[in-house]
Design a protein around this ligand. Sequence first.
Ligand code: ZN
Length: 600
Amino acid sequence: MKKAVTKTMISRKLLWNQGKKKLRFTIRVPAWRRKLIKKGGRMKFSEIPYERIDFQKLKQDFYSLMERMERAVSGEEQFEIHREYYRLSNHVLTEMNLAMIRNDIDMTDEYYSEEQKHYDRNMPIFQNLVVEYQKKLYFSRFRPYLEERIGRVAFKNISLAMEAMDEKLIPLMQEENALSTAYNKLLATAKIDWEGEKLNLSLMQPYLTSPDRSVRERAWKKYTAFFSEHREELDDFYEKLVQNRTKQGRMMGHENFLPLGYARMNRNCYGPSEIRSFRKQVEQEIVPLAELLHERRRERLGLSRLNYIDEGIYFPNGNPRPVGTAEEILAAGKRMYDELSPETARFMNTMCEMELFDVLGRKNKRTGGYMTMLADYRVPFIFANFNGSSGDADVITHECGHAFQGYLTADLPIREHNDLTMETAETHSMSMEFFTEPWMPLLFGERAGDYLRMHLEETLSFLPYGVMVDEFQNIVYEDPGLSPKERRRVWRDLERRYKPHLDYSGNPYFEEGGFWQKQHHIYDSPFYYIDYCIAGTDALQYKNWMDRDWKSAWESYLKLCRAGASDFFDVLIRDAGLRNPFEEGCLRDIARGIREREAL
Ligand code: ZN
């Protein structure tokens, strides 16, 4: 679910010929494109050349852009320089993403592991250069013209970026990157001894949700043992991350990390108070409903009590799984998007032709899944670990939702209109999960109905969990002096409020409040979690809408996707005909709709 927001390469360099007052285009044909033209088709992902970014040279290029920006005599001239900035920064992000993807595909590949380290070390330099450059834009004497061309959101984002970044933070940011990389590496290299095989955490998933309760019990025991054995290391990584981020916050003049964390999440149209009241709405409106759904699930499972090992299981005969091999699942996905709309059909065609999926679970592959953009090629890439669970279908629905939106707007001439904030990005993907529901028989056969039930229950019961992850981080960063033990207590107390049915009997590690240590976002991406809850609220609104009128809901969705980040989140969703999730009563109405439909 990680999403990098990067895009669009302009291969034509626009030159403003002042003397003659006319535009002249020079066509630069990069090597990859020449190869592509010669082949008469689209390049495959494996054929995409990679070159390490030379950050010293990049610095010079940026300085020269900045100098020209200052010398420019009109807004038009500055805008043309700005287009060169698009080209330069897209290239850096493309090469960084190539290195990241290839490293994630095989974490033992030494070449790309070194490349990944190269970006861990140097990306803060790049980020700082971007901020320095953006200052020139922000303080330009032609600002009104630029704001007209580029949009007001971009300028608000620049002011947040200036709050979020400073050269003096670089050493700490480098350390922060290295710490999250080390955390991920620890999790990725987990080898769980399972019936003679060594499995990583992703590959354990089917056993954690096995219909056979005794298998689930054994699987959770082994799974938790890994975390429990590494508890000190995991505590230590987090302690260092919290102290590191707190120091960064203080260097920027704040009492703690929170304001910096919010600025880094680019919260450009809402803040802590809106989020606090949203969390309250979830606690009041959704927690009771989710508890009813858990109770119904318990009855369905024929259990006298739900234990934590039953948390991810929805039917006594097991959760519905996609039918067929990974290749067949992909083929089903292709047919689904072919039928869904002409736009999705074109998108899927490109993804398949260029082999922009790496979705098979393998040893040595990073866990998790994400979609990212290869801006120079104007295409998305989807990374996942298929493991035979319904998560495989989520890749076809959720990650493809991100990718579809990225594909739709990859050619937008204003790059900033692709700088999505996360709640907007997750709205695209989580809503796609619902829009694709009519095609679930293709993926789940006769258990499609079960899948839809599970999907709705999962989406709803996710809201309290997501809000809890957010509140946990707020508490942790507000009080960085908490000890690891106190943090665990905070987590466990939150669980009692937001997921009162939870029963950790037989698992001291979770009972003591250790569950959060497996949540990547808490380590990697502070405060990136409430976004899923806001987006889930939008997606549930679409769910209610499409039950009334699928076609008009889809048209609204297309409009929202095409708008990208051309305006602020509240405006975008209002224009699409949705309610603002922060608005009092929004969650009450969603809950009411679901209670009516589900007869709860
Ligand atoms: Zn996502």
